[in-house]
Design a protein around this ligand. Structure first.
Ligand SMILES: [Zn+2]
Length: 314
């Protein structure tokens, strides 16, 4: 039986971080999956099930000490304070699974032109510590694995979470093979923002037109100049005007245009796209879920409009 989507989605029930009453709605992964099925936007056949990332993959990015503390449950009080989520063995399992999902999305995108992990985007994780709800940098681990396998040499990370991609910037700061672009609210977490290749600093309460007017030309220029072999998209739902941890004023329509525009720029140049989620703390969790689902719909629209990356290039 044929699926509804022209590319694969990556999802596992184990993505739930089981945080309970926390500003991070960790049940959102399941809610996105269910909305896609309920609204017949995807069928079961569209989904791939990831396995947990191997420690050897994680260790290409993270220090052995940080990985050991996570796996053994020996985080210090200050580790947990920086992470801002309570520690549990289930959290570690979910994070390893999400990282496996981003690896699988990257590998699948290289074959199919698109793939979406319905988790990941843990862009605040550093090699030797976690912070801002992010323990392991799934996108960095996936890029390092694709490089180690010889699948790619160069990758770009386009990060549209309302918070600066500090972990991404720090990990790839001196690496000419990975271009990092972050568009975020300047006056927001994290306090220390190590430089990305391009940082687009938005003032408070910036709206759709100004945001898109900054983002799209920067993406075009980066893709032209850098010529990456894959684009990892960190699709934040938190630039939304009703987000509790964000201070920008984008509409749901603006966020979908954002996603579609980035995907179009990549697709027109024959660059595969692997998407991950990222933050989303809308007052109504349904809004966060809808915004993430819209990212998948935007990818579908672009995949249909440009049937194959290779064809688009010729
Ligand atoms: Zn965020």
């Amino acid at each position: 039986m044929k699926g509804s989507l022209p590319f694969k989605l990556v999802y596992h029930d184990g993505y739930d971080l089981h945080l309970g009453a926390h500003v991070f709605p960790s049940q959102k992964f399941r809610l996105i999956y269910e909305m896609l099925l309920r609204e017949s936007l995807a069928k079961e056949e569209d989904f791939l099930r990831p396995v947990q990332a191997g420690d050897e993959d994680i260790l290409r990015v993270h220090t052995a000490d940080w990985v050991r503390r996570l796996k053994m449950g020996t985080l210090t009080a200050s580790d947990v304070m920086r992470l801002e989520v309570p520690y549990s063995p289930e959290l570690v399992e979910a994070v390893w699974l999400a990282t496996g999902g981003t690896i699988l999305a990257g590998q699948t995108a290289m074959l199919d032109g698109f793939a979406s992990n319905l988790s990941g985007g843990f862009h605040h994780a550093y090699p030797n510590h976690g912070e801002g709800f992010c323990a392991i940098h799934d996108v960095a681990v996936a890029i390092r694995k694709l490089q180690a396998d010889g699948t790619i040499k160069k990758a770009i990370v386009v990060d549209t979470d309302v918070h600066h991609g500090n972990g991404t910037a720090a990990i790839f700061q001196n690496d000419p093979t990975v271009f990092t672009l972050s568009i975020h609210q300047l006056n927001n977490y994290p306090g220390h923002k190590p430089p990305s290749s391009i940082d687009l600093n938005m003032d408070d309460r910036v709206e759709d037109e100004e945001y898109l007017g900054a983002l799209i030309p920067a993406v075009q220029q980066a893709l032209e100049n850098f010529q990456p072999e894959i684009l990892f998209y960190v699709g934040g739902a938190d630039p939304y005007c009703e987000d509790q941890l964000g201070g920008l004023s984008l509409t749901k329509e603006g966020l979908k245009r954002r996603d579609r525009s980035v995907f179009e720029e990549a697709r027109r140049r024959g660059i595969p796209v692997a998407t991950t989620l990222a933050g989303g703390y809308a007052r109504r969790v349904e809004d966060t879920v809808r915004i993430h689902v819209n990212t998948i719909l935007a990818a579908r629209e672009v995949a249909i409009a440009f049937p194959s990356g290779a064809a688009a290039r010729s």
